[in-house]
Write a protein that binds this ligand. Structure first.
Ligand code: SAH
Length: 268
């Protein structure tokens, strides 16, 4: 196979190891009647294997050069030459929840995960190869050094499993970081909280991870809220709160701080 010059801005690190590729396919385990959306076809290393399954495959590739190389090459796989982040996933939904997979561009891991959460009602699961350190954050427990925004948000919306770790040697070009394959199983919608508010609170809390909640929230879009009205220990730090603590906080904010958010553009 010919390897094109990789474009850094698109996070291109192509998989060249058939063993790893087969193990990724095993984890995805594509089945009949499923609609599987791949992010970043590249030269089609994974796409070609997915195409051998009985699932219906739709694959995104933002790079026009790569797109023109692989378009039409893999039987009935539909390749879409667009930015996955800008595409309306609802246009792909036909009643069966979508499965999302890929050796994704590592620089947009978080935006991809947030996009799936916004579409949680039409997404079943996701199998992604990502940077190992980020994978650790997706499964981190309260109070640990890796515990952060991704841990809390995925803790609420999903169950996450690290399937296996992957060495830099199986890519070309070799990335500077180690990788892990993660499997995200999205939960059914709980509908117990304002989910947008929950995400805003978690982001604001971890914005200053070493400070107390009181401090970080006072420096956030929530600075006009009257924290004294809420029965909650705001002297804790973001990393000390469990997912359910954030759920509780979201309910308090809904009751005592609704509509008082504002942007925090610096005034000085
Ligand atoms: N799956 C291939 C390629 C992985 S590299 C393999 O494993 O070999 C990641 C791929 O995602 C690159 O081909 C890159 O061009 C593509 N990509 C980067 N940003 C994208 C975006 N926003 N939408 C769709 N594809 C993107």
């Amino acid at each position: 196979m010919q390897y094109p010059r990789a474009k850094k801005k698109f996070g291109q690190n192509f998989l060249i190891d058939s063993n790893i590729l087969n193990n990724i396919i095993k984890e995805i385990s594509p089945a009949k009647k499923e609609r599987i959306v791949e992010i970043g076809a590249g030269q089609g290393a994974l796409t070609s294997l997915l195409a051998n399954s009985e699932a219906e495959i739709i694959s995104f590739e933002i790079d026009e050069e790569l797109f023109s190389q692989i378009n039409g090459k893999f039987g009935n796989v539909k390749i879409i030459n667009e930015d996955f982040l800008k595409f309306n996933l609802r246009n792909l939904f036909k009643g069966e929840k979508l499965r999302i997979v890929g050796n994704i561009p590592y620089n947009i891991t978080s935006p991809i995960i947030f996009k799936l959460i916004e579409n949680i009602d039409i997404v079943k699961d996701a199998v992604f190869l990502i940077q190992k350190e980020v994978a650790q954050r997706t499964v981190a427990k309260t109070g640990s050094k890796d515990y952060g925004i991704l841990s809390v948000i995925l803790g609420y919306f999903a169950e996450v499993k690290i399937a296996f770790d992957v060495s830099p040697n199986v890519f070309r070009p070799k990335p500077k970081v180690h990788s892990s394959l993660i499997h995200i199983y999205f939960k059914e919608k709980r509908n117990d909280i304002d989910e947008k508010l929950f995400i805003q609170i978690v982001k604001a809390a971890f914005n200053y991870r070493r400070k107390t909640l009181k401090n970080s929230l006072n420096n956030s879009i929530f600075k006009d809220c009257d924290f004294k009205k809420m029965e909650f220990n705001f002297n804790l730090r973001a990393e000390e709160l469990s997912v359910e603590d954030y759920v509780g906080l979201t309910k308090l904010f809904k009751e005592f701080c609704n509509g008082k958010t504002r942007s925090t553009s610096p005034t000085a």
